[in-house]
Design a protein around this ligand. Structure first.
Ligand code: ATP
Ligand code: ATP
Ligand code: MG
Ligand code: MG
Length: 877
């Protein structure tokens, strides 16, 4: 077995529309291709021994043990690798279930598709699965230590990638509401929503949290000062910087007992409470000083510790926090009780689990000493031994929900406090003996206010009701009815994607919104180019969707990106499929137009159910996608008599057709004329039928998206296919004596489209043709044939970059095609593109048309520009 390639899919994809997170491994079974599992001695037995839990995999038999019975009867290794990769992840606590194994066009080579939660762990799992299988084949077993290491590694990868517990509760709530989210690569930021509707959080700080509130809260003394002035009960105290101020400070506070803590500490670090003597005070001062330069000395208030969570001005949860402690059973020592408590799987290290393990520190020893205990003491039944003075969860404390118990006056105080400090999300620490009674009756105080409070204690309290505080945060960021998504219009097809994307973006922009769009030649926002390059993959889509200025997205989705990593969005509002024709066949295991159609159909299927699939009624492979999509369907057609269109509109459907020279929308029985094609510059005076088809698709998409007809009309009249707006797309130049056309047609389908325009040219038609080297031989021959039908004279050239093909080989095949079409055809071969273009231009006759199909559009444009074309050569009526 040999792993040929591992790809990570992150969006709707060829294998599944719903499951976005898939690993696709291209696996060469080599000699195992003809050797199913039953023919490998000891394989089944070894597998059952190493991974007995595979019994739970149902597989095609649909019952427990189903998969293992397939292994026993004999199944191929790709299929087994798939199940093992899933099982390894599950044994590591990662919940996955989806897998597929399919043969590729190359015999012996398989695609093994496996779900993942964490990318790195997913990739690791498929590799480990291959390793495990190979070991079973070679030795009949897989060492237990290896398996353990694999699982350990997987667990660590998953843990490293996991969101923090508070972040996770917010993200979960967003998912439930269908609000998209992405973890940004920087600073553990999570972004919700798209474009202008995006909001961010970092743990429990939100994009609406003010920096002033955060800074004030982290300065405990200033917080108290501000609150005291507002009449909120806070501990009496003072701040000191030097030990020799301590005595006066204690006198200031009144008397013992006191609390000494760092001015800007957290998680209970450096705090000593209930200090009763000068010796203790000195020691506490040193401890606090280790955490912070300035030290707070304040009165100690007897009482229980509470945390009140205020989100967006409302108390959403209250927890009572109880310091780390153990309860005696009459026979175990304190040490044994601690060990027992720490064995609770809910206790982890730091904030990575619901609870934190109890660890002893300086204050623990003091507490034990005060109670007259050592770790060897056996506690009586029900006797409680506190091990920490403060109740922070991160020092092993537990939480009890008290949300329903808090007194209304205390709610009012907490809500007021959050406003006074200026925090949208605030955790308020209150010490009082009874939270059900007003603070002032109990001599209760607010000891501090926390920005970015942890949610663990509310979401997973040790006792009481769990509170969905994540929902309160999402309610604040996205109140009911507030949008989180921008409209996404996606465009795919074999030919015309870029042109249609640009035209559609142009139409959308006329509504006054900022449109972000991606095409083969770059990523654009509004009037500006963000990034040049082939940007039809998911990363470019993400760039647009994450941009805070973008109000609408038009995204060209090409085959390559869909296959490589899936779509860059979960669902669009409108998905256009222009056409499916033979191009790129044989690349990435896609060897038939049907498979190619399946790739493009991802765009038609990943549409919101109330959105629209805009499909070409004239292309059976495209119109058939109506069956696969859950969205509503709108068709476009060059033929107003199309049966499909008639049937569709008869039942009230929406369509766009080219009728009587008009680009029109049909809605049920009604015809809405948008514009005559001859007035649409893109269609070259109505002479380029395929451009009319692209315009139909764009107009229809705009229409179903709710854009006004008048806006659409004026937009299509102002959109020009000039070489700077759509470089390489039917760029016509007027050179006085003759015309030159640069077009990027590079497959038989687009050649045919081009030829429908070229053949209507009145003068001589001269072609400069060639094709990308990675196409199949038969594609070159086909190009030659088509070229011979469209031109009077041809110069055959080649690309500079032959993509692995031998020099002259492509030209030879094209000539073969030319000769098959017309044996006496007038052609010459000039492999160098620049020379070929110049020769053609030099020899152009009066009224002729030189059609250049270049490798480099910009070079071809500059060769023509050098000959001073007459500006604005675009044909207009
Ligand atoms: P965290 O960030 O986890 O909330 P922290 O390190 O910021 O904690 P504080 O909240 O100031 O520290 O104090 C920790 C705990 O110590 C309080 O929740 C309270 O139980 C106790 N405490 C602090 N100050 C006093 C005080 N003046 N009187 C009584 N108890 C106090
Ligand atoms: P690519 O795959 O290179 O990104 P694309 O799908 O984005 O191509 P465009 O760049 O819009 O397509 O057009 C490329 C060429 O395809 C055009 O110049 C024209 O020759 C041809 N073409 C455009 N639209 C169509 C169409 N609807 N049908 C057939 N051919 C077309
Ligand atoms: Mg605190
Ligand atoms: Mg394109």
């Amino acid at each position: 077995m040999k792993i040929l390639k591992i790809q990570t899919l992150r969006g709707p994809n060829y294998w599944s529309i719903r499951r976005h997170k898939l690993i696709v491994m291209r696996l060469d079974l080599e000699e195992l291709a003809d050797r199913p599992s039953n023919e490998i001695p000891g394989f089944y037995e070894g597998l059952v021994e190493v991974l007995p839990s595979l019994i739970e995999h149902f597989c095609s038999p649909g019952c427990r043990g189903g998969f293992l019975s397939r292994v026993k009867e004999g199944t191929l290794m790709g299929h087994i690798v798939e199940h093992i990769a899933l099982e390894l992840q599950m044994l590591a606590g990662i919940e996955v279930g989806f897998g597929r194994t399919r043969e590729t066009p190359t015999s012996g080579i398989y695609h093994v598709v496996v779900e993942y939660k964490d990318e790195q762990a997913g990739r690791y799992a498929v590799r480990a699965a291959v390793r495990l299988c190979q070991s079973l084949i070679d030795t009949g077993s897989y060492p237990a230590s290896e398996l353990e290491q694999d699982l350990q590694d997987l667990k660590e990868m998953a843990a490293d990638a996991a969101l923090g517990p508070s972040t996770e509760t917010i993200v979960k709530e967003a998912e439930i509401r269908g609000i998209p989210w992405t973890a940004l690569s920087a600073r553990a930021l999570v972004q919700f929503g798209q474009g202008v509707y995006q909001k961010r959080i970092q743990a429990t700080l939100s994009s609406q949290t003010g920096i002033l509130g955060v800074e004030l809260a982290s300065d405990k003394e200033s917080t108290k000062q501000v609150l005291r002035e507002a009449g909120v009960p806070v501990p009496r105290g003072t701040v000191i910087n030097f030990l020799d101020e301590l005595e006066d400070a204690i006198a200031d506070v009144g008397s013992y007992p006191i609390v000494i803590k760092p001015l800007d500490g957290n998680h209970g670090r450096g705090i000593t409470i209930n200090i009763g003597s000068w010796e203790e005070a000195e020691e506490a001062y040193d401890a606090a000083k280790e955490v912070s330069k300035a030290v707070i000395v304040e009165r100690y208030y007897q009482g229980r510790d509470h945390r009140i969570l205020v989100v967006n001005g409302k108390v959403v949860a209250v927890a009572e926090r109880i310091p780390a402690h153990v309860v005696g059973d009459g026979k175990s020592t304190i040490q044994e009780l601690i060990d027992e408590t720490n064995r609770d799987p809910n206790r982890g290290v730091g904030h990575d689990n619901v609870l934190t393990r109890i660890e002893l520190d300086r204050t623990s020893w003091q507490l034990l000493e005060k109670q007259g205990y050592t770790l060897e003491t056996v506690l009586a039944k029900e006797e409680i031994c506190y091990l920490r003075a403060t109740a922070n969860l991160s020092t092993g404390g537990i939480a009890v929900d008290r949300t329903d118990d808090i007194h209304p006056e205390n709610i009012w105080i907490a809500q007021r406090v959050a406003k006074i400090i200026g925090l949208d999300i605030a955790g308020i620490d209150v010490v009082t003996d009874d939270i059900t009674r007003p603070l002032k009756e109990m001599d209760g105080v607010i000891v501090e206010v926390n920005a970015a409070p942890g949610f663990r204690m509310h979401v997973a309290p040790s006792r009481g009701i769990a509170r969905n505080v994540g929902a309160a945060v999402i309610d604040m960021l996205y109140p009911p009815g507030a949008p989180s998504r921008i409209p996404i219009l996606a465009v795919t097809g074999t030919n015309g994607k870029t042109t249609t994307t640009r035209l559609l973006a142009h139409i959308c922009r006329q509504t006054g919104v900022v449109v972000g769009y991606t095409t083969t030649d770059g990523t654009y926002i509004g009037d500006f180019l963000v990034e040049k390059g082939d940007n039809t993959g998911p990363q470019s889509a993400q760039l647009i969707l994450q941009d805070p200025t973008v109000e609408m997205a038009v995204l060209e989705a090409a085959r390559g990106g869909i296959l490589r990593s899936g779509l860059g969005f979960d669902a669009s509002d409108v998905g256009i499929v222009l056409n499916v024709a033979a191009d790129h066949l044989g690349i990435a295991d896609i060897d038939t137009v049907e498979k190619l159609a399946h790739v493009k159909s991802v765009v038609a299927e990943a549409i919101h159910p109330n959105g629209y699939a805009v499909l070409n009624a004239d292309d059976p492979l495209v119109s058939a996608m109506a069956q696969r999509t859950k969205a509503q369907v709108a068709y476009f057609s060059m033929n107003p008599e199309s049966e499909l269109i008639k049937e569709h509109t008869r039942s009230g459907g929406i369509a766009a057709v080219y009728e009587n020279g008009y680009i029109s929308i049909l809605k049920g029985d009604w015809t809405i004329r948008i514009e005559q094609a001859i007035n649409v510059p893109l269609t070259m005076g109505g002479r380029a039928p395929f451009m009319i088809a692209n315009a139909l698709a764009a107009c229809l998409a705009a229409f179903v998206q709710g854009i006004n007809i008048d806006v659409i009309r004026s937009a299509i009249k102002t959109f020009r296919a000039s070489s700077n707006q759509t470089p390489g797309r039917m760029n016509l130049f007027n050179l006085g004596k003759y015309h030159a056309l640069i077009d990027y047609a590079h497959n038989p389908h687009s050649y045919e489209a081009l030829s429908s325009f070229v053949r209507s040219w009145p003068g001589e038609r001269i072609g400069v043709v060639g094709g990308p080297g990675d196409r199949r031989d038969e594609d070159f021959v086909q190009l030659g044939k088509l070229a011979a039908q469209m031109f009077d004279r041809i110069i055959v050239k080649e690309d500079d970059d032959n993509r692995g093909r031998e020099r002259g080989d492509g030209a030879r095949l094209i000539i073969e095609g030319i000769k098959q079409a017309k044996s006496d055809f007038n052609y010459e071969t000039i492999l160098d593109e620049t020379k070929a273009i110049n020769t053609a231009l030099d020899s152009a006759t009066v009224n002729s048309l030189v059609v250049i199909l270049p490798e480099s559009v910009s070079r071809a444009v500059s060769l023509i520009e050098a000959r001073n074309p007459i500006p604005d050569a675009v044909e207009q009526s």
